[in-house]
Ligand binder design. Sequence first.
Ligand code: 5GP
Ligand code: MG
Ligand code: MG
Length: 186
Amino acid sequence: MSEIHPNVKRVLYSADDIKNRVQEIGKQITNDYKDSKDLVLIGILKGSFMFMSDLVRSINLPKTNVTLDFMAISSYGHSTNSSGVVRILMDLKSNIEGKDVIIVEDIIDSGLTLNHLVELLGSRKPNSLHTAVLLRKKDGIKIDVPCRYIGFDIPMVFIIGYGLDFAENYRELPYLGELREECYKK
Ligand code: 5GP
Ligand code: MG
Ligand code: MG
């Protein structure tokens, strides 16, 4: 593996760990949706872009209309705590009414962001609505938001890489790492 970024305290999951886990989730989705007519995967930008691109490649549903859509939201700004306030920067391009929907999210901490999205998209009358979340901070949960597919349960540390940022940096790293505290604590 190439060198670890100096601002990464430790690597939690390597590119290979992620690849294997995402493939397992893809198999589960393939199995769960084999009778679906229309499946829409909704990637929440920007954090989920890498997870989304790997996940869709591990789904194999030749009898289903599989489509992708994206929604851009902003939650944290440049801080590391969730405000729970979600601002929609870009809405879906497609109508999800009557379709099977999976929201693809990078990480949940309090769960407030995903809960907001589930309520919002649920009001658009999909046939079904589930969530795939790469990372879940188990001790952060403040609200009971259902996650059907979870990549990894992680401790309460700030994660960067594989699409996840701190102040828009580090998204390009191919692994999931813990950001050094001195990089965000003053
Ligand atoms: P929640 O509303 O569940 O508390 O926070 C969810 C959102 O906060 C995620 O979509 C993500 O954008 C951001 N977030 C939470 N924890 C982390 C983290 O450890 N690293 C990064 N990069 N973003 C996080
Ligand atoms: Mg996110
Ligand atoms: Mg962010």
